[in-house]
Unconditional design. Structure first.
Lengths: 313, 313
């Protein structure tokens, strides 16, 4: 499990390869919540998501010989694009195993960053990845359990706390838990009196139930949520980090997620994907607790097809 | 006509009342244009547009006695909301004359900032404004001809050049010309070797024809453009400032405007209203000239109802 020293090392390693994203404020939001809110805009990050941080830390953290053999992952989302981006930055091969059900636009995006894509049946994903890893000697970079990835994700909160040190509360979305775990480690080191919250769609509430029961619950299968980046189950090391740092999970409904994403678009003029908008939905649901607090929220990404946007007539 | 000293004074006056907006970069855009582009995000400004700068400078530039009587303007767009915002910040009355054809949502926005709204027939706008100004002793703040407004708008380019000094070219949209004139004055003072460009919809190309002929051309009436913030004619003092500083106007078609606004949304994850997106459309149309150049573009605002967004099916 990672420590804050790993986050510090990640920050030094990825500097120049990722954006130092802006922190935005919005008076309308502050009035609504009776609090001061600072939005760390990872939607404005390279590849449109915080995933660029972890992927760059993993790729640039490899020894030269291993790096030369390349990196591999399985992902249908932002991590695949992020790893492809990082590999191209270092000039090493990258292979992304994607389900053959993945939208063509996502496959094209990963290829656009210069990676090789192997399509397979979703059920065969692990077997195909393992075989390719064996055959090519590539390093597997897990989307949210790789320690270098988790440490890299923690650098967003590091920058946020450098810019706004006196926060009372920091909230991130939770899916596999890499962002939330990296954030919890960082906040515990730099601002131990601040609470760390995690926002999770009710439809896939395994993290909430895992922390409530103290036993990691399996991924919810077959659910539907606009938070497509949060459908995965909470990773084992992240579960332990979230428990250790007393992270509180707040679950949110689909209508609240859409309303939050719409608020970002209409009022803050930024594109936040529904997975990222869960943090605002969560804050709204606990608004009575927030009076006078200083809140950091990590907006995880901005990659969306706008299918959630209320249709115009 | 304003000088750079007025812009400097404006910057000091409005500090704390407006955002210092972020400057974003995008590798995809740099690759496409073969240049380095720096986007000054006035879409992330208070009230969603650079207009907050000029309005704050005008309101905070008033003597106490005049300020106490309040400010007045006629506007169906961002300037009305911006003046209302500035007046509330100073705690003085604000009255906005709006055409009775204005969308209810815009009227509500201005009222939401605490201003009184008077609706009238668009043809009677000037007469109604003059009468109210007389009756109430309010100060009229013209949307783009007031010198304090023009100087305030110049502070966006001032911040941009503070952050990225070595620009070869700066581009803004042009409608009434306040933003472009303020930018031209600032660039001439801080970076005289840089060219200043203005982007204008072909449908309302009076600025282009004014500068081409050396005679200010009347506003184009009855035209239609997605660039609803740019439908007004070029103001007299701004015309002279644009001529004096050799500003070059690049006109752009409607499809190019929509494509540019869509690019901002999908690739840069920010909401840029079509008027603001004209700058990217203009750069694309002169791409062969841009190789290796460092370009600042001022994204003027983010207030839009997304009617231009290609419909989903």
């Amino acid at each position: 499990m990672i420590t804050f020293a790993d986050v510090r090392a990640a920050a030094a390693r990825i500097r120049g390869h990722v954006h130092r994203t802006p922190v935005l404020t919005c008076q309308t939001l502050d009035h609504e919540l009776g609090a001061r809110v600072f939005a760390k805009c990872e939607n404005l990050q390279k590849v449109g998501a915080f995933k660029a941080r972890g992927a760059c830390n993993a790729v640039f953290g490899l020894e030269a010989a291993a790096a030369a053999r390349g990196v591999l992952t399985h992902s249908s989302g932002n991590h695949g694009a992020a790893l492809a981006y990082a590999a191209r930055k270092r000039g090493v091969p990258c292979l992304v195993v994607m389900p053959d059900s993945a939208p063509a636009v996502k496959v094209a995006a990963v290829r656009g960053y210069g990676a090789e894509v192997v399509l397979c049946n979703a059920a065969e994903r692990d077997a195909v990845s393992a075989r390719l890893q064996r055959e090519r000697g590539m390093t597997l970079v897990h989307p949210f359990e790789d320690p270098l990835v988790v440490a890299g994700q923690g650098t967003a909160a590091l920058e946020l706390l450098e810019e706004v040190p006196e926060l009372d509360l920091v909230i991130t979305p939770v899916g596999g838990g890499g962002l939330c775990a990296g954030t919890a480690v960082t906040v515990a080191a730099l601002r131990p009196q601040a609470a760390v919250l995690a926002a999770e769609p009710q439809a896939v509430d395994d993290a909430a139930r895992s922390l409530a029961t103290g036993v990691r619950q399996p991924r919810v299968d077959g659910a539907r949520s606009w938070g497509d980046g949060l459908m995965t189950g909470l990773g084992e090391p992240n579960f332990h980090l979230l428990r250790q740092h007393h992270v509180r999970v707040v679950t949110v409904g689909e209508d609240a997620i859409v309303a939050a994403a719409t608020f970002f678009l209409q009022r803050m003029k930024i594109v936040v994907e529904p997975s990222g908008a869960t943090v605002l939905a969560a804050l709204r649901s606990i608004e009575p607790e927030l009076a006078g607090r200083r809140i950091g929220m990590v907006l995880s990404g901005g990659n969306t097809d706008f299918a959630w946007l209320p249709q115009r007539h």
